[in-house]
Ligand binder design. Sequence first.
Ligand code: PLP
Length: 456
Amino acid sequence: MTMITNNLPTAELQRLDAAHHFHPFTDRAALAEKGARVILRGEGCWLTDSEGHRILDGMAGLWCVNIGYGRKELAEVAARQMQELPYYNTFFQTTHVPAIALAAKLAELAPGDLNHVFFAGSGSEANDTNIRLVRRYWQVKEQPEKRVIIARWNGYHGSTLGGGSLGGMKPIHAHGGKIDGIEHINQPYWWAEGGDMSEDEFGLARARELEDKILELGADKVAAFIGEAVQGAGGVIIPPKTYWPEIQRICKKYNVLLILDEVITGFGRTGNWFAAQTFDIKPDIITIAKGLSSGYAPVGGSILSDDVAEVVGSGGDFNHGYTYSGHPVAAAVALENLRILQDEQIIEHVQNVAHPYLAERWAKLAEHPLVGEARLVGLMGSLALVPNKTKGAKFASEEGTVGLRARERCFANDLIMRHVGDRMIISPPLTITPAEIDTLIERATKSLDECYAGLQ
Ligand code: PLP
């Protein structure tokens, strides 16, 4: 068999890829027809593909390469750890130094009394852990009936059966169903769904759907509420500022645990270590992954409050864990990533570069004839593509047709932006410079112009 290397022609790599590689979230027939874009290497905010294009990565991979590509320190740490102890588990009263160090560092960085970390290999796994944790919590408290978890439509919490069930994405539920004991309420998406209400009124109304749902089910049946601080995969939907305080009031009133999914928003994305700090949320559990290692190694986890750790921990064995929970190489890489974020003051950089530099330029995109609203928090932003400037306006074509076209124009202009339906989103590496922001805005504008011209 031919050696498969970077030097093979693109068409041959694409042919082999389509023949043998079954991709996530991809239409296999479309892949076979068009071929996947083959990415060869990355440096900072830039990727190079097999055709030699230099592409500005406006999505930091899948919202994860927070420190940018090509940091050799992480490779060196991984190589060192692989030689010293490539693997050992953390089951059955054993541990190792990378897991200890990473857990202690996360306890230092996380707000409030979130002092205990249960490790997983990904965000989906961590959310599966959370399902078990909150149900176990109420079992130990002798309220085993308290097991329902309330989540939101159009939320995303991963694609394992548990994570996909917590998420409110119907196309995911349609492939394999969903587990029992998960209920969904509406999302706080004011621009499209708020009608005549003010943003603040709408935030309260949508939060109060949680109270209605708890009363409908009975507070003695509800274990937890889970939400992303800012919905990412749902289209970067930034909630009204009244939303989270009301959600917290309701959780407290009915003794419902609050799980904040920070898989995207953690590790600087919103201008603080955690969005819990940006939005003043005090969760019982935070889900982490992605930016924890900047995507250099697969690692995720759940950070637990003192109360959750003490209650679940007082029930004897917690019958749950993954072979790679606290994997030493992934833990060492994550720790080095956190060191870089901290020593290089990358979170302060996000604050400086996001507001006002990117914020002003992003807001200006709302003047484009194709854009209805432009939203941004820290370094995650969205544009709603619209046929006219009426709030909540939608194209007559099937949802996502225009978004897909805009994404293809971005691709052709060597900019990676993602589309969610007819929303365009960005989430670049946190190290992006003002000059790179200029390039991003220029390429996005050109792509929007071309997409708009194609619709006329
Ligand atoms: N939670 C949120 C908010 C996410 O955005 C994602 C992934 O995009 C996940 C969970 C799942 O993480 P993973 O893909 O690492 O399983």
